[in-house]
Design a protein around this ligand. Structure first.
Ligand code: NAD
Ligand code: IPM
Ligand code: MN
Length: 345
């Protein structure tokens, strides 16, 4: 029998609530010859208040000893903004070199969206995960004075851009439509923009079957709303990808359905799967959180670890559940139970 060693970081707010449902569905879908070993990490706001720690080195080290990581969300109004986001979530993405932040968007039929009834929407955003404006390359002078100066310099390396662009071409090549769109802002951010565009064009010569195009990020937001069916694979910078994927979620069924994988394609470190959404302090504890994004993140995790059939079952369960959704609201737990029943039934 095989063992799946899974590290679980529920984190804060609704992260705790939706991860419980993700594990429920994972337990229900795994074949009996796969033994699931989970280790739960107590990281997030509670831990920080109790000990001042965000992610101690020993825990970072022990996380490496897993096949994958399932994370809920981090961030809490009682902790200064950035402490947990940078000290825990981004620390993990950087330490484990999660350079492909994979964020699929699919318009499930029957979902409540401004685009309901539109032609099929099925695209993936390949968001760079380790560079750009996220690296902490900045500082503040004369802080708190009327003459304060703050910088936040975007870091873009040829190697870092090439590896994610190449990954995106591979994904486009493997899909029926074989289309790849680069999204940037090279009319203003000329240094980073030209690096991205040059790498995109050069690598593209190795993929003659892939149709390419380029959009400035502001125009891309228009097409996400007015013409999302034009997209197949999108590759973009860390910050643009963050913003675009919340928008993609909103137009394809809601933030409660959007899943993501922070992938290290080399396998050198475990990849990490998490909903696109955050800890949602406004609804934490009310049972209103939709756990579907966490459950679909489990599907991405299963696919990443080679459990294709189980990943398909989870995604089908979600599609069927959405199709069967009535008008009355269901709790987080009820949706988790319904999905678990569908994958085991
Ligand atoms: P958010 O995604 O937590 O919430 C935005 C809105 O979406 C809220 O109205 C929330 O109620 C709603 N929402 C989110 N997930 C939902 C779900 N599953 N079901 C139903 N509604 C849902 O974003 P925010 O409010 O900007 O951030 C809150 C905190 O989360 C901040 O501390 C932020 O830094 C953090 N955050 C963490 C992650 C992460 O851990 N990956 C991602 C985004 C934000
Ligand atoms: C996300 C979040 C994170 C990001 C934050 C919490 C660091 O918004 O996963 O989309 O910006 O990447
Ligand atoms: Mn985000």
């Amino acid at each position: 029998s095989r063992t799946m060693r899974l590290a679980v970081i529920p984190g804060d707010g609704i992260g705790q609530e939706v991860v419980a449902q993700g594990l429920k569905v994972l337990n229900a879908v795994l074949p009996s010859d796969v033994k699931l070993e989970t280790r739960e990490y107590d990281l997030g706001a509670r831990r920080w208040h109790a000990t001042g720690e965000t992610l101690p080195d020993a825990e970072l080290e022990s996380l490496k000893d897993h096949d994958a990581i399932l994370l809920g969300a981090v961030g809490d109004p009682s902790v200064p903004s950035g402490v947990l986001e940078r000290g825990l979530l981004l620390k993990l993405r950087f330490a484990f070199d999660h350079y492909v932040n994979l964020r699929p968007s699919k318009l499930f039929p029957h979902t409540d969206t401004p685009l309901a009834g539109r032609p099929e929407i099925d695209f993936i955003v390949v968001r760079e995960g380790t560079e750009g404006p996220y690296v902490g390359n900045g500082g503040s002078l004369r802080t708190g004075t009327p003459h304060e100066v703050a910088t936040e310099v975007s870091l873009n390396t040829a190697l870092g851009v090439e590896r994610v662009v190449r990954d995106a071409y591979e994904r486009a090549q493997a899909r029926p439509r074989k289309k790849l769109t680069l999204v940037h802002k090279n009319n203003v951010l000329v240094y980073a923009g030209h690096l991205w565009k040059n790498v995109f064009d050069r690598v593209g010569r190795e993929y003659p079957e892939v149709t390419t195009d380029y959009l400035h990020v502001d125009a891309a937001t228009i097409f996400f709303v007015t013409q999302p069916e034009r997209f197949d694979v999108i590759v973009t910078d860390n910050l643009f990808g963050d913003i675009l994927t919340d928008l993609a979620a909103a137009v394809t069924g809601g933030i409660g359905l959007a899943a993501s994988g922070n992938i290290n394609p080399t396998g050198a470190f475990p990849s990490m799967f998490e909903p696109v959404h955050g800890s949602a302090p406004d609804i934490a504890g009310t049972g209103k959180a939709d756990p579907t994004a966490a459950v679909l993140s489990v599907a991405l995790l299963l696919r990443h670890l080679g459990h294709e059939a189980e990943a398909d079952r989870v995604e089908e369960a979600v599609a069927d559940d959405l199709a069967a959704r009535g008008t009355g609201p269901r709790t987080t737990d009820e949706i988790g139970d319904a999905l678990a029943a569908r994958v085991s039934g």
